[in-house]
Write a protein that binds this ligand. Structure first.
Ligand SMILES: [Zn+2]
Length: 136
């Protein structure tokens, strides 16, 4: 007799499974369910159930190439947001030690040691010099 684990492995063989879009949709569904506990809306429940069905459909799908394209599209939107949020947390964490300024010429974010007042900064990437003012 087959064990439950081997039956599950056999069932999932050739199916897509979970990816970043799957987890994002899962977090969204849980968030919608939590919000719906407060507002008790039929529309919100319908939307969260539709997302849940889509999530289940995607993870059991055998059309792996199409699911990968969907995930890549999601990551194209998600990765810049993730990068900005990470930078925001890093800026907050290092608020007593560093200041972050964008180079006006190459737009690269520079991490500068705190030096109060006006001073010149040279970008290590494009060698452009620009003035930086640190007040606090
Ligand atoms: Zn630069």
């Amino acid at each position: 007799m087959e064990s439950l684990k081997s039956k599950l492995v056999k069932f999932m063989t050739g199916r897509y499974g979970a990816d970043q879009l799957y987890y994002a949709m899962l977090v969204l569904v849980v968030g919608l369910i939590l919000v719906n506990m407060l507002v008790d809306s039929v529309i919100l429940m319908g939307v969260s159930n539709a997302i849940l069905l889509l999530l289940i459909f995607r993870s059991f799908s055998r059309n792996i190439s199409k699911r990968r394209v969907e995930n890549d599209k999601f990551l194209k939107i998600w990765n810049p947001i993730k990068r900005e949020v990470k930078l925001l947390f890093r800026r907050f964490k290092e608020i007593g030690v560093h200041r972050y300024r964008k180079c006006p010429s190459c737009k690269k974010m520079l991490r500068l040691p705190i030096k109060r007042g006006k001073h010149m900064v040279k970008c290590p990437t494009c060698q452009e010099k620009f003035e930086v003012r640190v007040i606090v």
